[in-house]
Design a protein around this ligand. Structure first.
Ligand SMILES: [Zn+2]
Length: 134
């Protein structure tokens, strides 16, 4: 666990404060490989990526009623918005670039680098679409 004091640049387009828990304690955890994949996605889409949720402390995750098994608790997940890119296209690109959990929601896309897949159909990634009416 680290407390963020300075907004260190982690890659060409991402800074550490974008991943800090929204609880307000400056806490962050970022799993190995997450930044590289996110930067690869940024390069592939060639569009700014807005991170709406990165690391979540267990307490904060509980407070916002996140899943107890949330990948955000382990610093392995981000929720993002990519203005101007359809959710399906963000999803497709994310699969191609090696993300392991891809969830499509009404207002954001969840991406993670989970270590254990939950799908039983032999896919090498988990994918779900939570949008209403789908
Ligand atoms: Zn998420």
């Amino acid at each position: 666990m680290y407390k963020v004091l300075n907004n260190i640049k982690l890659s060409q387009n991402f800074h550490i404060k974008e991943f800090v828990c929204k609880e307000g304690k400056g806490e962050v955890l970022i799993a190995e490989g997450l930044i590289e994949k996110l930067q690869a996605l940024r390069n592939y889409l060639n569009r700014p990526i807005i991170i709406t949720s990165g690391y979540r402390s267990p307490a904060y995750n509980k407070k916002i009623k996140g899943s107890p098994k949330s990948q955000h608790i382990h610093g392995r997940a981000v929720d993002i918005k990519v203005p101007g890119v359809a959710a399906e296209d963000v999803g497709r690109a994310s699969i191609k670039l090696g993300f392991k959990g891809i969830g499509i929601y009404d207002t954001f896309t969840h991406l993670d680098i989970r270590e254990n897949l939950v799908n039983k159909v032999g896919r090498n990634y988990d994918y779900w679409d939570m949008r209403t009416g789908k």
